[in-house]
Design a protein around this ligand. Structure first.
Ligand SMILES: NC(=O)c1ccc[n+]([C@@H]2O[C@H](COP(=O)([O-])OP(=O)(O)OC[C@H]3O[C@@H](n4cnc5c(N)ncnc54)[C@H](OP(=O)(O)O)[C@@H]3O)[C@@H](O)[C@H]2O)c1
Length: 256
């Protein structure tokens, strides 16, 4: 650990999903700002290239365009990609969808789709990373971007909440299962953050609903940096004694 800057990620390689937009892109930029080499995953290759430019810090960053709903791509292409760049010191799973569907009309394929991206892809990536990504002496920190919906409910968000609660449940057991390999697992649960995903939400189309969302956030709705700085902390040696946690980053949303 650098005693002058325990938050430094210099010398570390960090893999980030959802790096082509919003929170994942912000985390990539923040990690690069702390000296990391970043490996960026998303579907849109052009936007991934833009993120690479925004991360410029003299490191040889990498990116891979793949659909995380496709298990075969994860197991084949991602494994090859990670072998090229190992050892990996950090992983952030920020890719996700946030469906709003009343429970009475929820369909099995919608459950399958949301779980595939939000949860199952994380399971596959963690398995690949623990197999080919780690150098035993250096350890690893893995961060799942969950949501305050893992802690509280909201009408229409049962499916989304189930996926995010699954991630929070997973990190607690994995923290125990992998502690002897020096792999830490944590989640970050944000409330509303200003990103393309939240800007397309239903409440944005309704003035009264938007007013209510603002009132629920004593510190206002969040910016990407509010989450990316928390992620840097959890990836860095500054948090070396923290594992199995769900860090709430919500502008006071859950304080009431
Ligand atoms: N924004 C909020 O208010 C908020 C609050 C709490 C939690 N979160 C969580 O934060 C995470 C990021 O959200 P965001 O607001 O940054 O969303 P965003 O701007 O819509 O970004 C979503 C990212 O996920 C990637 N993605 C989507 N489907 C994919 C697929 N099938 N394969 C690979 N990548 C895929 C997208 O990549 P491509 O576009 O390249 O496909 C994009 O980079 C999500 O897990 C979300 O649930 C967000």
């Amino acid at each position: 650990m650098n005693p002058n800057n325990p938050f430094s990620l210099t010398g570390k390689t960090i893999l980030i999903t959802g790096a082509s937009s919003g929170i994942g892109q912000g985390i990539a930029i923040a990690c690069a700002g702390q000296g990391a080499k970043v490996l960026l995953l998303g579907r849109d290759a052009d936007r991934l290239k833009e993120t690479v430019k925004l991360c410029e810090n003299g490191q040889d960053h990498g990116f891979l365009s793949l659909d995380l709903r496709d298990e075969l791509q994860i197991n084949a292409e991602l494994e090859t990609f990670l072998k090229q760049h190992a050892p990996i010191h950090g992983f952030v799973h920020a890719a996700g969808v946030s469906p709003t569907i009343p429970f009475k009309v929820l369909k099995e394929y919608q459950v399958q789709e949301a779980f595939q991206l939000n949860v199952f892809s994380a399971i596959s990536m963690i398995q690949v990373l623990t197999k080919v990504g780690i150098k035993s002496s250096e350890g690893m920190s893995m961060v799942m971007i969950a949501s305050v919906m893992s802690e509280v409910g909201e009408k229409g968000k049962s499916l989304y909440a189930m996926t995010k609660s699954a991630l929070v449940g997973m990190v607690k057991s994995l923290a125990l299962e992998y502690a002897d390999k020096k792999i830490r697992f944590n989640a970050i649960s944000p409330s509303v953050v200003n990103t393309p995903l939240s800007r397309n939400s239903e409440y944005r189309k309704n003035e009264a609903a938007m007013k209510q969302v603002l009132e629920q956030h004593p510190l206002g709705i969040g910016e990407v940096e509010d989450v990316s700085n928390a992620a840097v902390f959890l990836l860095s040696p500054a948090s070396r004694w923290i594992t199995g946690e769900n860090m709430i980053v919500d502008g006071g949303y859950l304080a009431k």
